[in-house]
Design a protein around this ligand. Structure first.
Ligand SMILES: Cc1ncc(COP(=O)(O)O)c(C=O)c1O
Length: 393
């Protein structure tokens, strides 16, 4: 069923204040999400934090079922975390890397993941191999296949939707060749969950990280990790506490058997409940309907921007999503962003993908070429898009 735009806008207070085209940064939360978070804080105020958590125990448990339903997993394969990076890192840092093995990544791998992998590369003497793009700017699955055939690959890590490009990488093809090679496939889905259907079975990933605040419209400081049940035992968390493991025998400990082994005991319960509400909200709209509207609005924006002589649109890919990257001749990205902010239009700036990120001299992020990133969601309107384009025309 198509999305009732007026209804979702009525449930989104922020649309009265701003034209929010920074959904790849952090979306406007819906009223049900805000009420869920504030409602729980109110209970913490009224009866105490532990007591409020106890009261909400069933709803808290349902968050795992909701996230599992969102991505086609089982609840015991889900852990909750405070950021996408922490979720991704909890699994990746726990991987038993053999010295001298190789990790294959795409050119648009998220920069934070690249930094983490470089640290792991130093620790374990790994080689990070950056796969080529195909002619469309997506990861070249043929090159991946050839690198897998060369052998000695510990892991393939891919970012599903890059932070600064409107493309959707062919993750299911990557999953297929990884599975055939018996190599662990880690998918960063932080920019794809919430704006399109994401299903771990059809994608064939073993690990998936998602964040709450972006297209899922959850509160900040929320995220989740999926670890396929069959690989869970291979990943011993780098840090344990009384939630992830229990003491056993005189000197031993026993790590829990589900994905919550990657969590810490203490957490923001209100945020987690808010994340669950956001996931249920997305599921009730239907991710197919969300994707259809988001892709349609983004294409509208790309086409309108392409017609402006001073504007260059940078997105690649065969399948595109809600992220639109562009530059304006004669203005740097920061200036464009400031001008739009003056008119209460929220966009962000981002580095061009990825040789820029990989080749940026250490500690000198200013060397990256920045572009403007406008990212639409289903609650945006044609009129909002036209307003943005008029200001650049
Ligand atoms: C593709 C991608 N992966 C991971 C992240 C990190 O998510 P978080 O900021 O929740 O750690 C981001 C954040 O922008 C992202 O764009």
């Amino acid at each position: 069923m198509a999305i009732d735009v007026q209804a979702v806008r009525r449930q989104t207070r922020g649309v009265q204040n701003v034209t929010h085209l920074n959904n790849a940064g952090s979306s406007l939360v819906s009223r049900p999400v805000a009420e869920t978070v504030m409602g729980h804080l109110r209970r913490e105020e009224d009866i105490g934090g532990y007591e409020a958590a106890e009261e909400a125990a069933d709803r808290l448990d349902n968050v795992y079922s909701s996230v599992a339903r969102l991505i086609g997993a089982q609840p015991n394969e889900i852990a909750l975390a405070e950021s996408g990076s922490r979720a991704w890192g909890a699994a990746v840092y726990s991987f038993p890397f053999g010295a001298g093995t190789r990790v294959l990544i795409g050119r648009t791998e998220y920069s934070g993941n690249v930094v983490a992998l470089r640290q792991l590369a130093r620790r374990h003497d790994l080689e990070i191999v950056v796969l080529r793009d195909d002619p469309y700017g997506q990861v070249d699955v043929g090159h991946l296949q050839r690198e897998l055939e060369r052998g000695n690959v510990a892991m393939v890590a891919l970012t599903h939707v890059p932070m600064a490009n409107g493309l959707v990488n062919p993750a299911a093809d990557v999953g297929r060749v990884c599975r055939a090679a018996g190599v662990m496939f880690v998918l960063d889905a932080c920019q794809s969950v919430g704006q399109m259907p994401v299903d771990v079975e059809s994608l064939g990933c073993d690990v998936l990280a998602g964040t709450g605040r972006k297209f899922l419209r959850g509160p900040r400081g929320t995220a989740f990790l999926y670890v396929r049940a069959s690989v869970l035992e291979q990943l011993e968390p780098v840090m344990l506490d009384g939630h992830s493991a229990v003491p056993s025998g005189a000197n031993g400990f026993e790590i829990r058997g589900d994905a919550r082994r990657f969590e810490s005991w203490e957490t923001g319960v209100a945020g987690r409940l808010g994340l669950g509400r956001a996931v249920d909200y997305a599921l009730s709209l239907g991710l197919d309907a969300v994707q259809e509207r988001v892709a349609w609005l983004a294409d509208l924006l790309r086409n309108a921007l392409s017609a402006v002589p001073a504007v260059t649109v940078h997105d690649g890919g065969l399948t595109r999503c809600g992220i639109v990257t562009f530059s304006v001749r004669g203005s740097d990205a920061g200036t464009v962003r400031a001008k739009l902010a003056h008119h209460r239009i929220n966009v962000s700036v981002a580095p061009l993908p990825l040789d820029e990120v990989i080749s940026v001299p250490a500690g000198n992020p200013d060397a990256a070429v920045m572009v403007v990133r406008a990212s639409v969601h289903y609650y945006n309107t044609e009129a909002e898009i036209q307003r943005l384009v008029r200001l650049l025309g």
